[in-house]
Design a protein around this ligand. Structure first.
Ligand code: SAH
Length: 256
């Protein structure tokens, strides 16, 4: 017997930001392999499944990717419905390709379910469009995090060229991010904002600009955070910490 492995996006954290397809799959899953960022309520939907933590949070104890691949293949030989839950959308900075390649090479049936990526959850929290008319017509998703054997790191050039740049896995190296952007021609005054724990009740929103990213990053905790850069954040930067974020989780509309 060989089951199917479903690579499923669990969304940005809030358990009700899961797709219906993901919820239904979890309900009938035999085994679930999940990342550190998956909410316990989401996991609880998999009532009848064996649950295996394969958490990967940078700088913390993690399960080697090759071992995860092997576990998925072994599980598919044993169970009908194998779910691999990944934070946000599985296809963005989620090492999905390693798992896809390994499963395909092993001849295992594969199905992928998209999820709400952190960039979209953070934009919703900020009530600020990534592509605000007249200010932004391009968005870049980038990360300064280098993988072993990666190609020449061109993230900063791409981020500098975009109207809006969303940087994943970047808040922990805010000074280096700031330096790299400035070295690529971004003015230190370009507006920025750091959003930690987007979509969750413990979310934090720290207004900044490119030159002050390091100081801004000191205000965040150890939750996942995005660095967002672009003129679309000018109002947030201008308002500074006075920017109204107190009424979370459902904020009243911001009055200009
Ligand atoms: N596949 C995921 C990204 C995985 S990389 C997605 O589509 O969202 C992990 C990084 O995502 C974190 O370092 C952080 O930069 C970002 N991230 C994930 N969840 C987040 C959240 N709730 N709020 C802010 N950033 C988040």
């Amino acid at each position: 017997m060989s089951g199917t492995v479903h690579l499923v996006g669990s969304g940005p954290g809030a358990p009700d930001l899961l797709t219906l397809r993901a919820a239904r799959l979890l309900e009938r899953a035999d085994i679930v392999f999940y990342d550190a960022l998956v909410h316990p309520e989401t996991l609880a939907l998999a009532a009848r499944a064996v649950k295996v933590a394969v958490g990967k949070r940078s700088g913390r104890l993690s399960t080697a990717q090759r071992f995860i691949n092997k576990q998925l293949i072994d599980a598919a030989h044993k169970y009908q419905t194998v779910v691999r839950l990944k934070g946000g959308d599985p296809m963005l900075f989620g090492r999905a390709q390693e798992e896809i390649d390994a499963l395909m090479a092993a001849g295992i049936a594969l199905h992928i379910v998209p999820g709400v990526s952190a960039a979209f959850a953070a934009s919703a929290d900020l009530q600020c469009s990534l592509t605000r008319r007249a200010l932004a017509r391009s968005v870049v998703f980038a990360t300064p995090r280098e993988a072993a054997g990666s190609r020449e790191n061109t993230w900063a050039r791409a981020a500098a060229a975009a109207d809006t740049a969303i940087l994943y896995m970047a808040a922990g190296q805010a000074q280096a991010v700031s330096d790299a952007l400035i070295a690529n021609g971004v003015p230190a005054s370009r507006p920025a904002v750091i959003v930690e724990n987007a979509s969750n009740t413990e979310r934090r929103i720290i207004p900044a600009n490119v030159g002050s990213l390091h100081t801004a990053a000191e205000h965040i905790g150890d939750g996942p955070a995005l660095v967002m850069v672009g003129e679309v954040y000018a109002d947030i930067t201008a308002a500074g910490l006075e920017w109204p974020v107190s009424a979370l989780p459902t904020r009243a509309p911001v009055t200009p």
